[in-house]
Design a protein around this ligand. Structure first.
Ligand code: ZN
Length: 59
């Protein structure tokens, strides 16, 4: 196993995530399993793109 140094220094300033604002997204959620009803309410959810970091994923 070759020990290669792959430590690449990431820039301190990362581009913001394009899919959210500050790591949170507003999404509508469905209420109830028996009665399919879509609520008008929106809940704040963790952005799955950047995992709440608010930064664009580099990988
Ligand atoms: Zn995001």
């Amino acid at each position: 196993m070759a020990a290669r140094k792959t430590t690449s220094r990431k820039p301190a300033k990362k581009p913001p995530c394009p899919n959210c604002q500050g790591g949170h997204v507003l999404e509508s959620f469905q209420v109830g399993g028996r009665r399919k009803r879509v609520s008008d309410d929106r809940q704040e959810a963790l952005c799955l793109t950047c995992w709440g970091t608010g930064e664009a994923p580099t990988d």
